[in-house]
Write a protein that binds this ligand. Sequence first.
Ligand code: ZN
Length: 196
Amino acid sequence: MTGAFSLDELTACASHQRGHFLLSSGLHSGDYLQCALYLAEPRRAARAGGLLAGELADAATGIDLVVSPAMGGIIIGHETARALGVPFLFTERADGAMVLRRGFAVAPGQRVAIVEDVVTTGRSTREVIEVLDAAGAEVVALGSMVNRSGVDNPFAPHPFRALLEASFPTWSAEACPLCRDGVPVAKPGSRPIARP
Ligand code: ZN
């Protein structure tokens, strides 16, 4: 997918910020990316969900439902499921383990697409794959708004589609060129959501 979704769109709503950031991983980066501000506008979320639904329908046939890991995947997963016309379920953590939200279940053989907002290490998505495998469901495709994993498909052999490939450099504090240049480390700035 090229052209339909761009980093500029994320930058325009401050979902992507440039500067010098201490990430939650403890690493430093000149880029901060977090889709929540983009998805805070429902019309944007619906548009992204529609684009991702198109990608997933192209990657796999007969998707029965969409499952997303909480919290980041919930809005984009919901909008993708709406566009596909299928149910949407999400996971939660119980005592540190990834499980389907209480009250949700999948049936053996159901064809599931997993949807995330941003794939970085892919760890939480892989935990969702394990939950669905254990339930006997079939993971037929995975999708995210942004792939910043640095590899084309961190979930191979499962098909994976992202609306945007964005691999930003990160460094340990000791190796950070922005620290070396004396640039102050900032927390990502917040911005009020304006009515469009
Ligand atoms: Zn730094």
